[in-house]
Design a protein around this ligand. Structure first.
Ligand code: FMN
Length: 428
């Protein structure tokens, strides 16, 4: 029996784009008012400078690294291992480290701008386990992803609840990729009392936890809750509250996801090549309208079928609209099944708010889902999105996430009642 997910659906419904809504509110903003995208704690906090030659440091660094700096229209951009809607980067990462040689047991903030860990809380007999997996102690790492939502709502207003969650899923995917490269398993956890954790971390209304990822050994041992309040530092230089975002987060924070058995995915990537892929991952800005090979397309599909390492799950279904794949009939597919044949490139270009990448790609994927937990569903969509980026780049084709589409018209095109969560284009 499915749980009531009406609140998740209602928030998704309320943030739908339509031809009219985009005409009425084209989202123009003054770039000079963009809030800062890097959180930095005051300088008196103790820091560990990350060193890529140290395996543990490099594991943490690669979860969030800046990989390209460029200036565009006089504005400097720092692009990262994880993509982000509008390059606004609402996500932050904290990591609890326990029982790791040469590192003080504590909760650290990953300071992406300066490649260091900032110790924000020292552990004694307390820790964050009790908020996520009661009666267990983790020796190793627990990553927490949060969202400094104003970085995204500054531009995308109410629709940014979607982007905060999709970005969080991408960031979990970046953590999974770094774990793979460092020969570590991880487990994603979505179902826990996020609201209690926000309070413990002192986040006020300005930041909220979306998920966590555990990489370590669990022991049966009760860990007490944090003995002190963690000091709060705002992740932006100024802040404007958005009541819709706060309500949508709060109401969907503790919805329970579907359950599945934990299973680690099995990949056979060549380590050096995959390492380069992680460092060089980028979004394509324009496709050349060339065909991709069928084996490249099938390789991406095959990797998408690999498991997602979590017990909390939502079944995200993927439609492929094939425009240009050698040896394949253009049309709308679900897996290997052709639903309708035809060249729909102009139509998908229109559906994605007239974006040329959705028209000129080889294939565009649409992710749909009927969920019990909205937050889990969106983050799993983002997690799979990160996998598509990396696998595509790994096999020499390009990729971009697409968060902007006319929702109802896309559902009609796909002939589904399920919510459309995300789209991704691949091609050359
Ligand atoms: C959730 C999400 C939605 C996105 N939506 C779009 C989109 O609609 N159109 C587009 O051109 N790029 C889109 N992107 C790509 C971002 O613009 C890109 O990730 C960002 O500029 C950073 O560049 P990089 O991915 O090359 O590091 C999206 C990315 C994410 C993660």
């Amino acid at each position: 029996m499915r749980q009531d997910n009406s609140s998740g659906k209602a928030y998704h419904e309320a943030t739908k784009h339509s031809y009219l809504s985009v005409q009425l509110d084209p989202n123009y903003i003054d770039a000079s008012t963009q809030p800062i995208a890097f959180k930095v704690y005051p300088k008196f906090y103790r820091r560990v400078k990350l060193n890529l030659n140290n395996k543990i440091h490099s594991f943490i660094w690669l979860t969030s690294a800046v990989t390209l700096e460029k200036v565009y229209n006089n504005v400097p951009y720092k692009l990262r291992v994880n993509p982000s809607a509008g390059a606004l980067y609402p996500t932050e990462v904290y990591v609890q480290i326990r029982g790791v040689p040469d590192i003080v047991d504590g909760i650290y903030h990953v300071e992406v701008e300066n490649n260091c860990l900032t110790l924000i809380y020292e552990l004694i007999d307390d820790g964050l386990e009790s908020y996520i997996i009661p009666n267990k102690s983790i020796s190793g790492f627990i990553f927490f992803i949060s969202s400094v939502y104003y970085r995204s709502s500054w531009k995308y207003k109410n629709r940014s609840i979607r982007y905060c969650l999709l970005d969080s899923g991408h960031h979990l995917g970046a953590i999974a990729a770094s774990a793979y490269l460092h020969e570590r398993d991880i487990q994603l956890i979505f179902d826990f009392d996020k609201l209690a954790l926000n309070t413990a971390l002192g986040f006020e209304n300005k930041e909220f936890i979306t998920a966590c990822a555990v990489s370590g050994e669990a022991q049966d041992q009760k860990v007490r809750q944090l003995r002190l309040q963690v000091p709060f530092v705002c992740g932006t230089d100024y802040f404007e509250a958005n009541q819709f975002i706060e309500d949508s987060y709060q109401t969907t924070a503790c919805q329970t996801s579907q359950k599945q058995q934990l299973k680690q995915p099995q990949f056979d990537f060549e380590p050096d090549k995959f390492y380069q892929t992680v460092w060089n991952r980028r979004s394509i800005r324009r496709f050349r309208k060339e065909s991709i090979l069928q084996e490249q397309y099938l390789y991406v599909l095959q990797k998408l079928e690999q498991s997602i390492p979590t017990e909390n799950f939502e079944e995200v279904e993927i439609y492929s609209v094939v425009h240009r794949v050698d040896g394949m009939l253009p049309g709308l597919y679900k897996g290997a099944n052709l639903i309708k044949a035809g060249n729909f490139s102009e139509q998908t270009g229109y559906l994605c708010i007239n974006q040329a990448i959705a028209r000129d790609c080889g294939v565009i994927f649409f992710f749909v889902c009927e969920y019990t937990s909205y937050q889990t569903a969106m983050q799993i969509a983002g997690f799979l999105g990160q996998r598509i980026y990396l696998v595509s780049n790994y096999v020499g084709i390009q990729c971009s996430g697409i968060g902007a589409f006319y929702d109802n018209e896309t559902q009609q095109f796909l002939e589904t009642d399920k919510d459309v969560l995300y789209a991704m284009a691949i091609g050359i």
